[in-house]
Design a protein around this ligand. Structure first.
Ligand SMILES: [Zn+2]
Length: 233
């Protein structure tokens, strides 16, 4: 007589496979979301780099406007110089012109700094664009792969569930109920083998009587410690 728990060991393999496939199905959307987050981050970095460039360009325009305003003042002071009535007036206007020129020179220094920043920013944008393109390619591949995997897993799962149902139909109902209750409760194994006098489920040393009973197909014994069903074959 075959030990009734032997059939359950095979059924248990199916249940473990079902649990594994269900976990994978649950994890795929999370992986997809993770991949999408990476893409979003690459997009945000590029947008930030472009915004920085626009800011530099706008600062440069502002500087040009300021330079123009200084130049207009210089023209005005020079015209006034030609109409100056006294040396004092003339010298005062000279000082004004020189102040404006100094202002222009300072603005031009800042302009040079900004031009350098603009160059750096252009290069940064190129790098970000390349990164994003790469990310987009990678993501397309990965999303496709994940969707294919999801379909595969769903098919596998359906097949295993069908096989499992056939097997379960051949198990004595009260035994099946007991097995299912322990399996749901433990989450990993409901039926375990005795190994060197120990329960393989919880690794506790079993009493000799339990070890003996676990050989007997007519007896159903459970581990005193973890409650898993024991088979000693
Ligand atoms: Zn145990």
């Amino acid at each position: 007589m075959a030990h009734p728990l032997e059939a359950l060991l095979v059924l248990q393999e199916k249940d473990r496979k079902i649990a594994k496939l269900q976990r994978e199905i649950r994890d795929i959307p999370a992986r997809k979301a993770e991949v999408e987050t990476q893409l979003e981050q690459a997009k945000m970095k590029l947008a930030a780099a472009r915004e920085e460039q626009m800011q530099i360009q706008s600062d440069l325009k502002q500087l040009e406007i300021e330079v123009e305003s200084h130049k207009e003042k210089i023209t005005r002071y020079k015209n006034q110089q030609m109409e100056a009535k006294t040396n004092e007036q003339y010298r005062a206007l000279l000082i004004e012109v020189s102040t404006e020129e100094k202002g222009i020179s300072e603005l031009e220094d800042r302009e040079l700094e900004l031009m350098e920043k603009l160059e750096t920013s252009k290069k940064a944008i190129e790098v970000r664009e390349a990164e994003l393109a790469e990310e987009e390619d990678g993501i397309r591949d990965e999303q496709e792969m994940l969707m294919e995997r999801l379909e595969e897993v769903k098919e596998d799962l359906a097949a295993v569930i069908e096989k499992r149902a056939k097997m379960a139909g051949e198990v004595e109902p009260s035994l099946l109920t007991r097995y299912e209750r322990v399996f749901a409760n433990k989450g990993d194994f409901a039926v375990v083998r005795v190994e060197n006098g120990h329960c393989r489920g919880c690794n506790m040393k079993l009493p000799p009587q339990v070890i003996n009973d676990a050989i007997n197909p007519a007896k159903l014994v459970g581990c005193n410690y973890c409650g898993r069903m024991l088979v000693n074959i």
